[in-house]
Design a protein around this ligand. Structure first.
Ligand code: ADP
Ligand code: MG
Length: 442
């Protein structure tokens, strides 16, 4: 794998997904004699990378290729093929970057390689319907959910499918951060720049706007976006938007925009449960020509449990390590490659820690959770504890039953299913479980 690709993977593991998407992902790398040159689509991104991430990039590249890779490391505004030393022209993401297709779409995001499961089934169906009939029903289509769960993937799969059926359709994908920055730049430039900016979006047959939460607080930009939105919508053009939460809960988003966004179909994408994480791992490994054993897939799904992005990063580390040392993907190798995720060699969260954390949270005693008493609050904490043990450790249902005072494995299974079901319908419990998981992983 080229050093920049490997460096990207490492960056992805070390910085927040939002920061990665908005500043690192838009970079393009070009090998130059003895090293690498990086290109940013605009000066905001270049400056942010220089300010925040250059030391990390240098560190990772130095690890990969010795000093030669970083000797002449530069970040310029422009594109690899036709580098402009200073690029005052607003560079709109998705322009025609080398790895992207027309309209800023990444051809790697398809429906075929999107693994379906309980947590995203409805979102996938909605996306397919919109791709089949753009601009008809479900306009706008809104995906919401936290980072790394496949919102961008599905949104771009819609664009790719529409484009593959009709190359004349003009699809415009843009990340909202870039929309914001490009507009600021257009205002700064004055003259016809603003019209040019608006025209690019208004001429879309389908507009895909990613991470709309990024324009919260930017009143002018929201006004401009709303104008573009209304114009497209009136013209029967499809709009797809993603957001990290339901727009009503985004502070700093104008009421009029919130109501427009909620006026079509909105679908939440939830974090995948363990069985689905295993399915995703197997499918992704398969597409890279690697077969994962049940044991290894189970281990990776256990330690990388936050979202699909983390799962993917973990799988890449494991496969990368196997290639590097020329070995098969064994459990030992996976444990070694993922040491950074578990905080020690092969350490995964144990039942004792889970019990203590759940007991603290519900203000009960660990012994009570393990008992057979059936007070309501005890039953809930017991079910949550069982669910967390299943999600965060490698224990089987019958193992867990034994730990929980000799419960039958079907009891454990139904407790887990119950919590999994409730998470889908009860946002409070969903939040509670997430905060327990993050406490446990700390
Ligand atoms: P989001 O936009 O919600 O933050 P992304 O769409 O960027 O998440 O997904 C993060 C990574 O996980 C991407 O590489 C994406 O392809 C992958 N991914 C997410 N969900 C799935 C899925 N259900 N099947 C296959 N890959 C997925
Ligand atoms: Mg995204």
């Amino acid at each position: 794998m080229p050093p920049w690709e490997t460096c990207l993977q490492k960056l992805q593991e070390h910085i927040s997904a939002d920061a990665f998407d908005s500043t690192i992902r838009p970079l393009q790398a070009q090998p130059v004699q003895g090293g690498i040159k990086l290109y940013a689509p605009n000066r905001y991104i270049r400056d942010a990378v220089k300010r925040e991430y250059l030391p990390l990039i240098v560190e990772f590249l130095a690890e990969l290729g010795g000093d030669s890779l970083i000797q002449d490391l530069e970040i310029e505004v422009g594109k690899p093929s036709e580098a402009r030393p200073r690029g005052p022209k607003p560079s709109l993401q998705g322009g025609n970057g080398k790895s992207r297709g027309p309209g800023g779409l990444d051809p790697a995001y398809t429906f075929e390689n999107f693994v379906e499961g309980e947590s995203n089934r409805f979102a996938k169906v909605a996306a397919q319907q919109v791709a089949d009939n753009p601009g008809r029903n479900n306009n706008p289509l809104l995906f919401h959910g936290s980072v790394g769960l496949g919102k961008t993937h599905l949104m771009q799969a819609i664009g790719n499918l529409i484009q593959s059926r009709n190359s004349d359709v003009r699809i415009v994908y843009c990340h909202c951060q870039v929309f914001l920055e490009s507009m600021v730049e257009a205002v700064r430039l004055g003259g016809g720049a603003m019209q040019q900016f608006a025209r690019r979006y208004q001429s879309a047959d389908a507009l895909l706007v990613d991470d709309i939460q990024f324009i919260a607080g930017a009143t002018q930009t929201q006004k401009e976006f709303l104008k573009i939105f209304n114009r497209l919508w009136d013209g029967g053009r499809q709009i797809v938007v993603t957001c990290d939460r339901y727009p009503r809960f985004v502070k700093g988003l104008e009421g009029s925009l919130k109501s427009r966004l909620s006026g079509g179909l909105h679908v939440q994408i939830k974090p995948p449960g363990k069985a689905m994480r295993v399915a995703i791992l197997k499918s992704k490994a398969e597409s890279r020509g690697v077969t994962l054993s049940e044991e290894v897939a189970g281990y990776i799904a256990t330690v990388a449990n936050a979202n699909v992005r983390e799962l993917d990063g973990a799988l890449q580390s494991v496969i990368g390590q196997a290639h590097f040392i020329g070995d098969d993907v064994t459990l030992e190798l996976a444990q070694d490659a993922l040491r950074h995720l578990v905080g020690g060699p092969g350490r995964i969260i144990n039942i004792g820690e889970i019990l203590r954390t759940v007991a603290d949270h519900y203000d009960v005693k660990a012994a009570e959770i393990l008992s057979k008493r059936r007070y309501r609050h005890l039953v809930r904490s017991r079910h949550v504890a069982m669910y967390l043990v299943k999600e965060l450790t490698n224990r089987s249902y019958s193992d867990i039953g034994k730990e929980f005072g000799g419960s039958h494995h079907t009891t454990v299974k139904s407790a887990c299913a119950k919590i999994e079901g409730l998470i889908q319908t009860d946002p409070e419990l969903d939040e509670e479980i997430r905060s327990l998981v993050s406490d446990l992983k700390r």
